[in-house]
Design a protein around this ligand. Structure first.
Ligand code: SF4
Length: 315
């Protein structure tokens, strides 16, 4: 499988680029996710020309447009960082990234809740790192997360599901653009999208139904924008359980009453978070194979990312 290209804050890979000469190696990112992705490292502070080690920095002023200032000598690094970041995002366009993993809490790389100090020196956790803000404004639809949030199994599963979906979408685009390809993509991803957002799934269904009336380029753009927006909305046990119940309906004829009872119990136990998602998914996959259910067989919801990552064992 061709690897997925992800941008990443360089220190998370174990590179000693931090202000104090250290690193923030994250073993899940390097050893586990690293088997499936190719990282494009970005260290804003070093790449904008600052040395290692260097004075630490922080954000100060208005959380919406703070200044980046060194903590002891109060040198203002805002213009240096902004002019570098604005050029860097154009270079990154050529990398064809599928997302970015930021270092949390950093005044340069943090994607949310970064400390911003007011004139009295009191912090509020409302800031966005200076480079992270420029990146997210430049690539508004790309999946982004930080390594701290990725320790949460649900956020981790959501992020990785999004990058693998984007991969399938872009691979589909590499084939000939056609309304038929888009309709196939939607059919395969319908239950996955439903598990994130029934509202978006309905809108996308309408776009696909009107595919012949929309110019092809606009059709692809509209669909891609809504797809990425839909997947930002998190799945929940309730939403997933509704999709599983929907799938169960396809076996109405084949399952014995005992099998139906068992499947229902497993789904309810998952809904109440007694079982992880992998339990009902494994049982449904078993029935899909056993009864050769073609519509369900093509559903990405049953297998959205590599099993080796074990993401559904913990959600
Ligand atoms: S947090 Fe960002 S700026 Fe700081 S060392 Fe890591 S990559 Fe560099």
């Amino acid at each position: 499988m061709e690897k997925i290209k992800l941008g990443i804050s360089t220190c998370l890979l174990g590179e000693k680029v931090r202000y104090d000469g250290g690193h923030n190696l994250d073993r899940f990112l390097t050893d586990t996710l690293g088997k499936f992705v190719e990282y494009v490292p970005v260290c804003p502070e070093v790449e904008c020309g600052l040395p290692i080690p260097r004075e630490s920095m922080h954000l100060q002023g208005d959380p919406e447009s703070p200044r980046l200032v060194t903590s002891r000598t109060k040198q203002d690094m805002t213009e240096r960082m902004l002019s570098w970041a604005k050029k860097r995002v154009f270079e990154l366009e050529k990398e064809d990234l599928y997302g970015f993993i930021f270092k949390s809490d950093s005044p340069s790389s943090g994607m949310e809740r970064v400390r911003v100090y007011n004139e009295k020196g009191m912090p509020v956790k409302k800031g966005i790192g200076m480079y992270a803000r420029i990146f997210m404004e430049h690539f508004p639809l790309l999946p982004v997360e930080d390594e701290g949030r990725l320790h949460d199994p649900k956020l981790r599963e959501n992020f990785i599901e999004r990058i693998f979906t984007l991969k399938r979408w872009r691979e589909g685009l590499l084939k000939k653009d056609s309304r038929g390809n888009l309709v196939d993509f939607h059919a395969q991803h319908k239950l996955l999208i439903l598990s994130h957002s029934p509202k978006h799934c309905q809108i996308m269904g309408k776009i696909v139904a009107k595919a012949k009336e929309i110019p092809l380029k606009d059709l692809y753009q509209q669909y891609q924008d809504i797809l990425m927006e839909a997947l930002k909305s998190k799945t929940t046990p309730k939403k997933n359980a509704n999709v599983l119940m929907h799938m169960m309906g396809y076996f109405r004829e084949q399952l014995s009453s005992d099998e139906k009872k068992e499947l229902l119990e497993v789904i309810n136990n998952y809904r109440q978070e007694v079982f992880p998602l992998i339990v009902p998914i494994t049982l449904i996959n078993h029935y899909v194979r056993k009864y050769d259910q073609p519509y369900l067989n093509q559903q990405v919801f049953l297998n959205p990312h590599p099993l080796d990552l074990q993401l559904r064992n913990h959600v």
